[in-house]
Design a protein around this ligand. Structure first.
Ligand SMILES: Cc1cc2nc3c(=O)[nH]c(=O)nc-3n(C[C@H](O)[C@H](O)[C@H](O)COP(=O)(O)OP(=O)(O)OC[C@H]3O[C@@H](n4cnc5c(N)ncnc54)[C@H](O)[C@@H]3O)c2cc1C
Length: 417
């Protein structure tokens, strides 16, 4: 079934009784060419691009819970290509271009909104850093405008410009940045992959990886053994646990990241805004809720929920930046498990086991990466060669120390920034 305006009209006239399920619910087969472990954004996008770009359809995506129940349905939905370092710069640029054609490619409304993102700066040093980053973005072919204080005031009149502690000096404006509806991205990729013949198998936890003579042979699951010629691990916060099934110890720590949403309000925040002196960022959802977040909870955990000290910290930062937020009532908060790599950049690579591939280390920035990650990971799995946009995301950089991409300049311990 193709989605369109006519379809909505026709179904409305027929009492909405003709809609069909967005994807099938198949039983797992005994064997596949490719098994993808993890039905989050990255796993589903990988399946879609394997089918659509490489003609490979004998694929299963195995998801231990339900599609979209992980970080893909928990993030604060920011999409941008404003990275500064070689490696990241070309990858996120590639990903943003895929975002811009995603709704047509998937025939699905993911509510991608390029409303612009403004990173505020509050000192001369921060201005220099953002000017450098803006130049790197422009050199990559993306957009960046350095705003002064008055430029910010015109776009963001509701900020507190009079505060003496962290005065706002200006902001880096990335117009093509914005937001998208997070779970629609999972559903869109799921539906499009299913339409091309991929089996999406929910409630199917992988409990072991079968390896013989250094070659992958398949997986053990809560729904029985499944043979496969190639197996891809794409499980975000659970990466260390699943890779351990293949005898690997990953340079990944799992940390909690929280997000918050207020009651629905009339439109008041038109952009995505980040605060340069407190880890705080905010946008307004299409339902009207103010969606905001802050930093990690600063302890490794597999609990998909956070604690109050970070909630207090985030709300304090929000009040400092935009006191009007104190009038809004907070509705909910939740957490997700982040796969933090030591240099803050991801891994898309083969492993020491033939036929076993790894995709992880997205830290708190993997939503915007979904199309780019799926596209380049599918290329690696299909051709056994890295895609040029993701060629620097090698696993061995942590062992050799060569090619590290410390994007945030926080050193090797992300919990110390
Ligand atoms: C609060 C919060 C805010 C964020 N904000 C942003 C943002 O604004 N912008 C941005 O770019 N990024 C953001 N992120 C990060 C982004 O959401 C993640 O980096 C990204 O979603 C991770 O990839 P994924 O979608 O594949 O992960 P997930 O959706 O977590 O997918 C992994 C899946 O693997 C499954 N799995 C695990 N173990 C097994 C197993 N043994 N067998 C089978 N299945 C298994 C899990 O159930 C899960 O569904 C945020 C994250 C959080 C939590």
């Amino acid at each position: 079934m193709r989605y369109s305006g006519w379809q909505v009209l026709a179904q409305g006239i027929m009492g909405n009784r003709g809609w069909r399920p967005a994807w099938r619910d198949p039983a797992p087969k005994d064997a596949y060419d490719i098994v993808i472990i993890g039905g989050g954004g990255h796993g589903l996008a990988t399946a879609f691009y394997l089918a659509s770009e490489h003609g490979l359809t004998n694929i299963a995506v195995l998801e231990k819970g339900y599609l979209g129940g992980g970080n893909i349905g928990r993030n604060t939905t920011i999409v941008r290509a404003n990275y500064g370092l070689p490696g990241n710069s070309e990858f996120y640029s590639h990903s943003l271009k895929l975002w811009e054609g995603m709704e047509q490619a998937l025939n699905y409304n993911v509510m991608h909104s390029q409303r612009g993102i403004i990173n505020l700066f509050h000192s001369d040093g921060q201005r220099d850093a953002y000017a450098r980053r803006g130049n790197a973005m422009i050199n990559q072919g993306d957009d960046a405008i350095l705003l002064d204080r008055e430029g910010c005031r015109k776009l963001l009149p509701y900020l507190d410009y009079e505060q003496t502690r962290f005065p706002i000096y200006g902001g880096l404006y990335h117009k093509r940045g914005g937001t998208a509806r997070h779970d629609a991205v999972a559903w869109g990729y799921a539906r499009a992959a299913d339409q091309r013949g991929v089996d999406l198998i929910q409630n199917c936890e992988v409990t072991g990886i079968d390896i013989e003579g250094g070659v992958v042979k398949g997986v053990q699951t809560s729904r029985g053994a499944i043979r496969a010629r190639k197996v891809a691990i794409v499980v975000a916060g659970r990466s260390s646990q699943v890779a351990a099934m293949a005898g690997m110890r990953l340079p990944i720590e799992s940390h909690v990241l929280q997000a918050f949403v207020t009651e629905g309000l009339k439109p008041c925040i038109d952009h995505v805004v980040t605060y340069g002196m407190g880890h705080f960022y905010i946008s307004q959802s299409d339902k009207g809720g103010l969606v905001f977040g802050g930093d990690l909870d600063f302890y490794p955990s597999y609990a998909a929920r956070g604690n109050l000290p970070m909630a207090e910290h985030v709300v304090e930062a929000g009040m400092t930046l935009m006191p009007m937020i104190g009038k809004a009532r907070m509705l909910r908060s939740w957490g997700g498990i982040m796969d933090m790599s030591p240099d803050g950049s991801p891994i898309i690579d083969k492993t020491h086991v033939e036929g076993l591939y790894l995709n992880c280390g997205w830290c708190y920035g993997g939503f915007k990466a979904v199309p780019g990650s799926g596209h380049t990971f599918a290329h690696l799995i299909a051709t056994d060669r890295p895609h040029e946009a993701a060629a620097r995301y090698r696993l061995d950089r942590f062992a050799t120390g060569r090619g590290l991409m410390d994007e945030e300049g926080t050193g090797s311990q992300h919990n110390l920034h």
